[in-house]
Design a binder for this molecule. Structure first.
Ligand code: NCD
Length: 306
């Protein structure tokens, strides 16, 4: 029997596999009709133990775009978890009903554990403050479409670098591409975790930490904004103090490069002012759209559908 492929961490995929997914997603965008019935009778289970709008909807839209069906739940309270069921039992049960599972959980490592019990592929749709590999695929797809390459630029990562799982997975992915320089923009309390700083050091890449978004902006080719992750704070006071640390406004884009791409995994709270939306450099809604196509490509790949 062929080994089941899961996606728990972005590094579960080789750079060549990521290229293949991007190529497939490009082809889907060019000719969506070719793919619209390719997953007929296939079922995706979305097991979301933690709230989500974009990730769950984009997985659902992706499976529907392939002609497949979707079942699942969108909060732990509406699943048997509320009755005390373990993650492993929920996964075993779901893999009886579905061909592939996308799972989000507030506990780091839960999708990895779930995958050990599943008889179908499991995709980590975000585990606590840990990783979010399908957001990273979305980010890479956006960078590819907007810049035509995956390396050779300076990227600023701004906001909650401590709890922001999308940042952690994105760094893991970008370390594979040549000539990427990193500017980490955060308050001291929300700096990258030490284990990620060590990864950057080991990789020998050019990176620095700064406290001012304004000062960083002129040198950036990509600005990746993130929200302060309220749900991972231990007390409300710290959240309130830090939540508006960085607010990108259109005025601040004055000295930015014409070709800058502003990304954000969304949801946005206050960190990007509405007036930025009209600027051609704002790519975050386009990015949300790319999330659907790259997830279509991923579902096909993990199901082994050519
Ligand atoms: C991100 C997440 O869930 O980590 N959102 C998403 O998946 N698009 C970012 C966030 O919640 O801030």
């Amino acid at each position: 029997m062929e080994k089941i492929r899961n996606l728990i961490n972005i590094t579960d995929l080789s750079a060549a596999e990521i290229d293949h997914l991007i190529e497939t997603a490009d082809d889907i965008i060019a000719d969506p009709e070719k793919y619209q019935d390719i997953c007929t009778h296939k079922i995706l289970a979305t097991l979301f133990f933690e709230p989500s709008t974009r990730t769950r909807l984009s997985f659902t839209a992706a499976m529907m775009g392939l002609g497949g069906n979707v079942l699942g739940f969108d909060q732990a309270a509406s699943s048997s978890t509320a009755k005390g069921e373990s993650v492993s039992d929920t996964i075993v049960m779901a893999s009886c009903y579905a061909d592939i599972i996308a799972m989000r959980h507030p506990k780091e490592g839960a999708p990895y554990v779930g995958a050990q019990y599943s008889s179908v592929p499991v995709i980590n749709a975000g585990d606590g403050g840990h990783f979010h590999p399908t957001q990273t695929l979305t980010d890479l797809m956006t960078i590819h479409r907007k810049m035509g390459r995956l390396g050779g630029y300076t990227i600023g990562l701004c906001g909650d670098l401590k709890f922001g799982r999308t940042v952690h997975s994105l760094i893991d992915a970008l370390l594979r591409y040549d000539d990427v320089r990193y500017v980490m923009i955060s308050p001291e309390e929300l700096e990258l975790p030490d284990y990620i700083k060590e990864t950057l050091e080991r990789a020998g890449v050019e990176w620095k930490e700064v406290r001012s978004l304004e000062e960083a902006i002129p040198e950036l080719d990509i600005l990746y904004m993130t929200r302060v992750q309220k749900e991972r704070f231990f007390n409300e006071e710290d959240y309130v103090r830090l939540k508006d640390s960085f607010i990108l406004t259109r005025k601040m884009l004055g000295p930015a490069k014409e070709t800058l791409a502003v990304l954000h995994p969304l949801p946005r709270v206050n960190e990007i002012a509405r007036d930025v939306d009209e600027d051609p450099r704002a790519c975050y809604f386009y990015q949300a759209l790319m999330g659907k196509y790259i997830r279509m490509a991923l579902i096909l790949y993990l199901l082994g559908i050519k």
